[in-house]
Design a protein around this ligand. Structure first.
Ligand code: TNX
Length: 530
């Protein structure tokens, strides 16, 4: 830094001698300490990094007022969504037509290309047009997200911009590394209304996340309507619930269905979670029969964990649990149902195991695969479940054993993926019990090899949970999630061979203006030359 300042001083001194002619050169050189001007957008600019990129030396494709979109049958809704995304800033009509001289064509392969699988796509860009091909609509959608990042950042503007709407020429063939790429929103500690959940879905789908885990119940609040148990939401989601009583609210079943639909349009699957047998104080305040002595506990709005437990020895507990599981399964088209299982510190271990041995199979009874925090690995029934690894230790023998016996594992190590951890001790909001997590910490690890003893083929993917103890509003959500979620997206989607901090850092810097234009309140990490 000191050297740079001295150089700058000398150059400015030189300027007074050499005169104005040198000004552009001097200014460029002297600003070496500040961010470099972003380079041109290339096929290598994309986050998450695509699997295969072959730039071409031909000229770019240019979207103009006469460009049309070509898409038939199941490709059409995706083309419509793409056109809707491109119209505001370009001001072009971009109609969907059977053919055109310059076109963006979305095609579903008649004969599947096995390499692409269900979510992969191929994007070819030449001077005359763009051809996007995939086996399935999910792949086309992923390809459109890539295409948007290949256009100038002003494409994010909400009104017409004068711009050369060019797309660099070449070929991208792309598919995900892991089938599960998720993030979690905690609606229990502070409720976040459906409109905010939708904004979050919009943002995560741009990075090709395909699961949104909703943490719907905890000690401080119950956030999903369950028929036959109205007090869960009227009391458990009512006024005074949430941390410090400041996060009231709940989803009706209609709200939940609408979120499922909205997410599905963006190829995101909702994973609902009801945490049990611990983290149930709000349910027990609403229904004291869920405790062993039948006495209502006091309402809790602090952020301690591990004090509440369902009464595992009462039959009526399982009537409640089955009601909840049956209704959530019916509301949820996705394959998984999350039954929590973490930090049940006030449930005796043998009771915990007996509880999980009954509850995990109940999920299967209603047609879903059970999913739980990694403590469930101790129960034999967990070998049929998905286990969410949140440990800060890389050695968790119960998980290794369950994975060896057939369980699938999602990597959410708290010291790498917990989006509620502070970036550093000075950032506002967030906790730091698992450490602080700067962007590079979130990026520089490998989900396939992280948990010792868990074979790579047992790893289904990666998820970044966003607990909401300190998140009052949606600005707080965005600040904690971005830019770290982009790092997790790349770990989940991109092949390991593309993993490169310097490349990621520079692509992230170039991505920043897109968030700025959309009004996303992201953390300007000092590790990135924004
Ligand atoms: C731990 S890790 C929890 C949550 C908290 C979170 C805060 C895990 C499965 N449970 O109850 O909200 O830490 O960071």
């Amino acid at each position: 830094m000191a050297t740079v300042r001295r150089v700058r001083h000398n150059l400015l001194a030189h300027l007074t001698v050499a005169g104005a002619l040198l000004l552009p050169l001097v200014v460029t050189t002297a600003s070496a300490a500040s961010p470099p001007a972003p380079g041109p957008i290339t096929l290598h600019s994309v986050i998450p990094a695509p699997a295969e990129v072959v730039p071409s030396s031909s000229g770019p494709f240019r979207i103009t007022a006469t460009t049309v979109l070509v898409a038939a049958s199941a490709a059409r809704p995706i083309a419509e969504r793409l056109a809707a995304a491109l119209r505001p800033a370009t001001g072009f009509p971009l109609p969907i037509r059977p053919a055109g001289t310059t076109a963006i064509t979305l095609l579903l392969n008649d004969a599947p290309d096995p390499w692409l699988g269900d979510e992969g796509y191929q994007l070819e860009v030449g001077t005359q047009g763009v051809a996007l091909r995939a086996n399935r609509p999910a792949g086309l959608f992923a390809g459109t997200q890539t295409l948007r990042q290949l256009l100038p950042t002003t494409v994010e503007a909400s009104s017409v911009r004068p711009e050369n709407w060019t797309v660099p020429a070449g070929l991208i063939r792309d598919r995900p590394r892991f089938p599960y790429r998720g993030t979690m929103l905690d609606l229990a500690r502070h409720f976040h209304p459906p409109a905010d959940v939708k904004r979050y879905i919009d943002e995560i789908s741009r990075f090709k996340f395909n699961y949104l885990h909703l943490h719907l119940a905890d000690d401080q609040g119950w956030r999903i309507e369950i028929d036959g148990w109205p007090r869960l939401t009227t009391v458990g989601g009512g006024p005074g619930t949430g941390v410090r009583g400041l996060g009231p609210g709940y989803l009706t079943q209609a709200d939940y269905r609408e979120l499922v639909r909205y997410a599905a349009e963006r190829f995101v699957t909702i994973l609902p979670e009801i945490d049990m047998p611990g983290h149930v104080n709000a349910a027990q305040v609403a229904y004291p029969s869920l405790t062993c002595d039948g006495v209502a506990p006091r309402q809790r709005t602090d952020i301690r964990v591990g004090y509440s437990s369902l009464c595992t020895s009462k039959e009526s507990t399982y009537v409640f649990v089955e009601d909840v599981i049956r209704q959530l399964a019916a509301l949820t088209p996705g394959p998984y149902l999350h039954v929590g299982g973490d930090e049940a510190l006030s449930t005796r271990h043998e009771d915990y195991l007996a509880f999980e041995q009954r509850v995990l199979p109940l999920v299967a009874k209603y047609g879903k695969t059970a999913y739980g925090w990694h403590e469930i690995a101790a129960a034999p029934a967990a070998t049929d479940a998905v286990i969410q690894y949140w440990s800060v230790s890389r050695d968790t023998p119960t998980v290794a054993a369950a994975a060896g016996a057939g369980a699938k594992v999602i990597l959410s190590p708290a010291d790498r993926t917990y989006l509620d951890m502070q970036y550093d001790l000075l950032t506002p909001g967030g906790l730091h019990w698992a450490g602080t997590i700067e962007v590079r910490t979130a990026y520089d690890w490998d989900p396939a090899t992280w948990a010792h003893g868990v074979p790579a083929d047992a790893v289904l993917g990666v998820e970044a949970p966003l607990w909401s103890e300190t998140l009052r509003d949606y600005d707080d959500v965005e600040f904690q999630a971005f830019p770290r979620l982009a790092a997790i997206a790349e770990l989940g989607w991109s092949p390991r061979s593309t993993h490169d901090w310097i490349s990621f850092r520079d692509r992230l810097a170039a991505y920043g203006p897109r968030w700025t234009r959309r009004g996303v309140h992201f953390y300007r990490s000092p590790q990135i030359r924004w």
